[in-house]
Write a protein that binds this ligand. Structure first.
Ligand SMILES: Cc1cc2nc3c(=O)[nH]c(=O)nc-3n(C[C@H](O)[C@H](O)[C@H](O)COP(=O)(O)OP(=O)(O)OC[C@H]3O[C@@H](n4cnc5c(N)ncnc54)[C@H](O)[C@@H]3O)c2cc1C
Ligand code: SF4
Length: 436
């Protein structure tokens, strides 16, 4: 595998021992109309996969998980389970829900370690589908389409598939190998994964439309937008996604110095902060423009960052990056309205120490690619789809982060996978109707 495996310290999640697995698995009450199934966006049959672990059928357990969720090994590590399956567990009332994520990890780890291929492709339909983007949404769509018998090609810009699971989420929460194994499961069904191909640059949207019977766009989001303040082109200013990606791949992020300032309050900001700590930076501070209760990072992530020694400062905006000899030499902040409007309060400016500034203030959109396909999007570049993930074009579908709207479905791996599955189902319906 042409991918360096970098751990950046011990993993966050403790692996269950065999005894713990048996105890946890045997606690499951196999509830009627199980709330955990309803709480999982991919509707994994949780009692069934847990029951199979309890009886020692790890193949059956892994198949149950991965059948419902093509990226179920990644989800076992990154799902905010307290808000999803474990949050719905009947034992939650006693503050002691079944450790569904950890059990899911146990079963999928077994499949990874034994090199088991879990599924086979369906009988060929003669139809060809292009999937643009090989992240969780694209892999989920491709996997299901291949099982339905369609010939699928994934076009992926990066050298490896997996999207943010491979390159974006810190390795001590999600090692790249897990996402790469999921991509291999998809490849094993005969899906062609053409990496290093950027649709819209390497090949045109028109040629994809001309060559394939249907297209699923699953390109996620883009880079972090610019901060728009003086000094941001200095050495030592980072886009959080570039920073995490280089660190995860074992690359050189250069001199970070004594003080790293992170701008933002979401999961990306947390990942950049904890990553900086694990790279040995003594002082890492997250600066957020509103109150802690408005931060979009998961609660468990914030707790983890605190344990890792990350400091938090709220109600502040960056006003200017202080630059000396072309390098970051400090950060000028301004306080914001304590009522939460994020309005800066003149006269509250001060300079805090910073040798590195990492911006994590959201992600841009792939608007020009949607335009190239002729897909209608909103003013922010978010693809507009119906419940079946169909765009304004009958043969073009969109899934994952590229169609999630702020305030709607949360951008998370399990939700991206579910939209990929829905898109696959709709494409299949469309293609089979065409055959008749
Ligand atoms: C730092 C960070 C931490 C996160 N932590 C969590 C977490 O703990 N739990 C959780 O559930 N979610 C987390 N998320 C969110 C989660 O990673 C995303 O919601 C999920 O990856 C979206 O999947 P996707 O397939 O839509 O997009 P992506 O994962 O972004 O995949 C899109 C793929 O499309 C490719 N692509 C883009 N443009 C083109 C093109 N023109 N041609 C070909 N290929 C292209 C990209 O290279 C990429 O591989 C995190 C995100 C970030 C950034
Ligand atoms: S995929 Fe996520 S939400 Fe669904 S059962 Fe697994 S850990 Fe829970």
């Amino acid at each position: 595998m042409a991918f360096p495996s970098v751990s950046l310290g011990p993993p966050i999640a403790k692996r269950l021992s065999r005894l713990e697995v048996q105890i946890e698995a045997n606690r499951c009450l196999n509830c009627y109309d199980a709330p955990c199934i309803r709480a999982c966006p991919t509707s994994i049959d949780v009692p069934r996969f847990i029951g199979r672990i309890a009886t020692g059928d790890l193949l059956g357990s892994a198949q149950t998980i991965m059948d419902a969720n093509p990226v179920g090994a990644s989800c076992a590590r990154v799902c905010p389970t307290d808000q999803l399956c474990e949050g719905a567990c009947v034992y939650k009332a006693d503050e002691n829900p079944i450790r569904i994520g950890d059990l899911q990890r146990y079963a999928t780890d077994w499949a990874i370690q034994t090199g088991t291929t879990l599924f086979a492709a369906g009988p060929p339909t003669g139809k060809r589908v292009a999937v643009v983007g090989g992240g969780p949404a694209g892999l989920a769509a491709a996997r299901d389409l291949a099982r339905m018998g369609h010939a699928v090609t994934i076009f992926e810009r990066d050298p490896e598939a997996g999207g943010l699971d491979t390159y974006g989420i810190v390795p001590f929460r999600l090692p790249a190998e897990i996402a790469l194994w999921e991509a291999e499961q998809v490849r094993a069904l005969g899906v062609e994964i053409r990496t290093g191909v950027t649709v819209g640059e390497t090949i045109s949207a028109d040629s994809v439309l001309a060559e394939y019977d249907a297209v699923v766009i699953a390109v996620g989001m883009g880079n972090v937008p610019r901060l728009g303040i003086e000094g941001e082109d200095a050495v030592g200013v980072w886009d959080a996604l570039d920073f995490i990606r280089i660190a995860k791949m074992g690359g050189d992020v250069g001199r970070l110095g004594e003080h790293v300032a992170i701008i933002g309050g979401g999961n990306t900001a947390i990942d950049a902060a904890t990553c900086s700590r694990r790279l040995g930076v003594p002082s890492v501070t997250m600066y957020y423009r509103r109150g802690a209760e408005r931060m979009t990072a998961y609660g468990f992530e914030i707790e983890f960052a605190q344990v890792e020694g990350v400091e938090f400062r709220t109600y502040v905006l960056p006003k200017r990056i202080v630059v000396e000899n072309g390098r970051v030499a400090g950060l000028e902040l301004i306080s914001t309205d304590p009522a939460g409007s994020a309005r800066p309060l003149p006269g509250t400016e001060r300079i805090v120490p910073a040798d590195t500034v990492i911006a994590a203030i959201g992600q841009t959109r792939h608007t020009s690619l949607l335009d190239a396909f002729g897909v209608v999007h909103d003013v922010n570049g978010i693809a507009i789809v119906d419940d079946g993930m169909r765009t304004n074009l009958p043969n073009v579908y969109a899934a994952g982060d590229c169609m999630f709207k702020p305030g709607g479905i949360d951008a998370m791996v399990v939700e991206a996978a579910q939209r990929g599955k829905v898109a696959a189902q709709s494409v299949d319906t469309f293609l089979r109707a065409e055959v008749r």
